[in-house]
Design a protein around this ligand. Sequence first.
Ligand SMILES: [Zn+2]
Length: 484
Amino acid sequence: MTRITSCFASLFLAAFVSACGAGEAPTEPASPTSSAADDRIDLIVNGAHIVTMDAADTVIENGAIAIDEGIILAVGTADEIATRYSAAVTLDGERRIVMPGIVNGHSHAAMTLLRGVADDLALMDWLQNYIFPAEVEFVDADFVRIGTELACWEMIRGGTTTFVDMYYYPDTIAEVVEDCGMRALISATVIDQRSPDAENAGDGIRKGSGFIERWQGRNSRITPIFGPHANYTLNAEQLAATRAAAMELGVPISIHLSESPFEVQNSQNVYGMTSIEHFESIGFFDGPTIAAHVVWPTEEEIPILAERKVGVIHNPTSNMKIASGIAPITEMLDAGVLVGLGTDGAASNNDLDMWEEMRLSAFLQKVDRMDPTAIPATTVLRMATSGGATAIGLGDTIGSLEVGKRADLIQVAFEDVHHVPTYDVVSHLVYVTDEQDVASVVIDGKVVMLERKITSIDTERVAEEATALAGRIKAALSERNQAD
Ligand SMILES: [Zn+2]
């Protein structure tokens, strides 16, 4: 079965060196469905079903997307698109579902290198006795580069096209994202303790401002932002100072919010109010906020989140694994809160599989409320795509397959036994599909994975470097344990 015609190996590179661009005719017809047409464009992606995730939940049978210069030019039936356009590259749509790329609204990408290093612990024990010390000891720019490459590989493989990251050495993260072709909001972490790349919160804000100034407007796929860690790792003054710096630079903030009973209690003890009330009282929500977790909002706090347009990112796997609790997603959606999904870091998940987040978010709401009608499949798919895009402030740019949006989309193969039979495409995407079913991934109009072959990352090198680095961490940890 021909999935693609000429030039595919260099398609990703084409973005940078025009190796496959104008003037170079394909050596064979683009595909059986792309007949001669006047309009010559970069890419046509066909699908047996196109799940657009537009406001009307339109699904097009035997459809196609026309893409040029990274933008969706047209969405229609395969016949319509083939009549109107001819493309340098065409992806065949047989047994393929096309949908928007998945948005992972909260991650610590480089923590893939700490996957499984400390499991089965409570959040504060896990953070203070394992993760923070391990990070101070092992995390440097090289760690972040290799760990982020590993994460980008895993995310692209699973159909994630955009992620919101919070980690150290944000310049290194941005360089990796620039090279691997993904779209990302990259947070400069601010935390009131010595971290791998800053002495304290003030140093974090200063260095973060430098990072944001270096990357603002440099690459349309990369949005540099601030990532103050949480209400319990920064005081009110430091939180307000981070927001002031973000406002001055015109960037959003991502933060952990109302994640655990510890956090809520700590906020009560220190400020006499819960985290969200506290943030509201210091004007923290005056600028765009992406809030991870929000497991414990009170009834009074949920309307604040809706009114202040806080993007809430639900991380069901992490919340279950660290036993943080079950976020009241149904109540938040009912109140009009913008909700997306995320994986959190691979140290508390332990993978970056957004299909698992989709399934678990549905199941958790159903069992928590003892109501199988709670958040149906379409709602879940929306949180992973258009809803997530809106929650992170990119709703006008990505998240649905509509004319004028950036071309971030994936082809999901429907040929594995678990997709036989298929009655309802959206039900299958949410309740059946897993990472291995993702066949091809397009980000900003560039094919970064073609029929499960990633074209933008040297996966062999990354695997070797990650294994070697993990070996050094393992040796150091066992040496430390012997000394204890
Ligand atoms: Zn997190």
